[in-house]
Write a protein that binds this ligand. Sequence first.
Ligand code: NAD
Length: 486
Amino acid sequence: MTHFIPQNLPDRIRHYIDGELVDSVGGSTFDVLDPVSNTTYVQAAAGRQADIDLAVASAKRAFDDGPWPGMKNRERARILNRIADQVETRDAELAELETFDTGLPITQALGQAQRAAENFRFFADLIVAQRDDTYQVPGAQVNYVHRKPVGVAGLITPWNTPFMLESWKLAPALASGCTVVLKPAEFTPLSASLWAGIFEEAGLPKGVFNLVNGLGEEAGDALVKHPDVRLISFTGETTTGQTIFGNAAKHLKGLSMELGGKSPAIVFADADLDAAIDSTLFGVFSLNGERCTAGSRILVERSIYDDFVSQYAERAKNIVVGDPHDPKTEVGALVHPEHYAKVMSYVELGKGEGRLVAGGGRPAGLETGNYVAPTVFVDVKPDARIFQEEIFGPVVAITPFDTDAEALELANAVKYGLAAYLWTSDLKRAHTFAHGIEAGMVWLNSHNVRDLRTPFGGVKASGLGHEGGYRSLDFYSEQQAVHISL
Ligand code: NAD
């Protein structure tokens, strides 16, 4: 198999601080691997306290003395729209870099730029259309709410669809008038290196956007603990979120946490079975299963269980696993050998916890690279670790149920509560069930396509706070009440 290597790889990946690409103070670097050859293709600057100090100082100067926080919303929106245009022109380039660095199939990486661009356009529209709140007590008082950006925001992001998830934080933070320091995931720093050029082309003032690469325990930790960083928006694992929560306590920082998931898809006997099978396959095997909202537990009503399982297993066996850059590939290579080892350990564990009906290891013919065959375990009991724990790979657990009450109990029987998917043609049951589910987001008879105005976030161990639409702007804004007596 020929291994595709993009033409335009940088010779090294650097930080971007105060409008300049820079190496780490002290020059330290870390290795970045590609997930097909698992060899180092570039060195990235490994940020530490001194680099974070410089980046935060730059963001603080841009906040205290620069034009960005005080700019009219309409002017800021114009720059955000130019950013969106710049992002969109890089769709093909971004897809190649993302596919190379993350192992995401190229057909799924294409279009990530459009999604990222939409995030900027959406928040540009939102700040222009934003209404200010006023409350009158007739004859006595007028009160209004004065919004202002909070300050320097620290943005910490994971390695799955990294560029798009970065845009999800960058767009509302910048729209609100904050200045930022972004710390992208160390497994996948490549696509983030496009942001500096995009922001410069779009005319974002110097110092508003800063980027520090590095390990979570070093660069991420220093960002979280920095006293001049007022907010942390974090997406990643629940355990990392807990550490950050503790470290942010000293300075009482604003926190938004988008964490892990183990989301159920519940299929009732009256569901459109073909649509449910299509969607539940997509739900856990698209994006290599490295998706926070993956429907990684499927609960199926017993009367259709055997039929569902046999059709599902056949379809899973036919999924094409292969080189991420091949347009025929549906599941590519997992991001990193460490993550591959973790997913494979769950595959082995599952063989003792459920009945294997598809996959179960490395696909034949793919002897190197982080490839895992789409793996389906059935008859999985709720106390199994593969039912309870986030695997974050192409592995699904299927469990039968007999009654609505049992389905709800199984759906809620994990510590997570990010998303849920329901398949039924009974409207009343759909809504009643949706309201009973402990999940931040529920999709009824549908894929997880989002309307950007809706809240995004989880409950229980899946997160804290909601982003999406006005909720994101609220997070990055102070809301000061001004009271006037009449
Ligand atoms: P991770 O928690 O290992 O790392 C995420 C980021 O945090 C990285 O940039 C990392 O360097 C940084 N980090 C690590 N330790 C840190 C520390 N002590 N202080 C500060 N920063 C630190 O997560 P990951 O493996 O990159 O991503 C996969 C996880 O992200 C999965 O659990 C997935 O469900 C979750 N995720 C959630 C959502 C959501 O919206 N809920 C979206 C995507 C991914």
